[in-house]
Design a protein around this ligand. Structure first.
Ligand SMILES: N[C@@H](CCC(=O)N[C@@H](CS)C(=O)NCC(=O)O)C(=O)O
Length: 208
C-alpha cells in the first residue's frame, strides 16, 4: 500500500485543500507540520525548494504544488471522482483553481487574512489601507468565479470537484473577516454554495 506523508501546517488553506481530497477518499496519511512563520529547515527545502506548503511524499517521491498534488491524488485514490469528465467543465475546474492561485489567494489570504487575523493575534496593528486595497481584488476574483460557476449545488454542478476544495478554505478565512460582505455583495450563487459546503463533514474535520 502506498505510504503518503503530507508536510504542512493544518492552518494552511492549500494544506486543507489536499487534506479534503485525502479525507473524502478515506486515504490514510501521516501529517508532518511545517512552521511557516519561521525560516524553512534545510530538510524541508530539500523537498520543496520554494519553501511553500504543502509537499506530499509518496513512497519517498516528493510532489509539491497543490494543483499537481490534488490531481495526482484524485487519479490514484479518487478514481477521478473529483474531476468532471466533460472537457469544458474540466477546463472550468482548472480555470477556477488558477483564479484562486493567481488572483484570489494573495489579496484574500496574503493581505486580508494576515492583516485582520494574524497580525492582531501577534500584538500588531492591522494595516487598514492594505486591507482596503485588497477588497476590490478579492471582489473581482470572486465575481469572476461567480460568472463561470453554476453553484447547482456545487461550483460546477451536481458533483463536488477539486475547484470546490480549492475555494472552500479561502472562503473560510474571508468569512472570519469584516471584509466578507463587501467582497461577496455581488455573488449570490457563491453565497448559497458557501452556506452548503461550509457544513460538509469532511471540511469540518479538516478545519477542526
Ligand atoms: N503554489 C503553491 C502555493 C502554496 C502556498 O502559497 N502556501 C502557503 C500556505 S497556504 C505558504 O507556504 N506560505 C508560507 C510562505 O509563503 O512562506 C501551491 O500551489 O502549493
Amino acid at each position: 500500500m502506498t505510504q503518503f506523508t503530507l508536510y504542512g501546517p493544518t492552518i494552511s488553506t492549500y494544506v486543507r485543500t489536499v487534506r479534503m481530497v485525502l479525507a473524502e477518499t478515506n486515504t490514510p496519511y501521516d501529517l508532518k507540520t511545517v512552521d511557516i512563520f519561521s525560516d524553512r529547515t534545510p530538510e524541508y527545502l530539500a523537498k520543496n525548494p520554494f519553501g511553500k506548503v504543502p509537499t506530499l511524499d509518496i513512497d519517498g517521491e516528493t510532489l509539491y504544488e497543490t494543483s499537481a498534488i490534488v490531481e495526482y491524488l484524485d487519479t490514484v485514490v479518487g478514481d477521478r471522482v473529483f474531476t468532471p469528465a466533460n472537457a469544458l467543465l474540466q477546463a472550468r475546474m482548472r480555470q477556477i483553481m488558477a483564479i484562486v492561485d493567481s488572483y484570489l489567494y494573495a489579496p484574500a489570504i496574503g493581505t486580508i487574512t494576515i492583516q485582520r487575523l494574524i497580525v492582531p493575534s501577534q500584538g500588531g496593528q492591522t494595516d487598514a489601507a492594505a486591507v482596503a486595497a485588497a477588497v476590490p481584488e478579492v471582489k473581482t476574483a470572486l465575481e469572476a468565479i461567480e460568472a463561470i460557476a453554476t453553484c447547482n449545488p456545487y461550483l460546477l454542478g451536481e458533483a463536488i470537484t477539486l475547484a470546490d476544495f480549492y475555494l472552500m478554505p479561502v472562503m473560510l478565512y474571508l468569512s472570519k473577516t469584516p471584509e466578507l460582505d463587501a467582497a461577496t455583495s455581488q455573488t449570490p450563487k457563491l453565497n448559497d454554495w458557501w452556506a452548503l459546503v461550509s457544513n460538509r463533514p469532511s471540511f469540518l474535520d479538516v478545519i477542526a
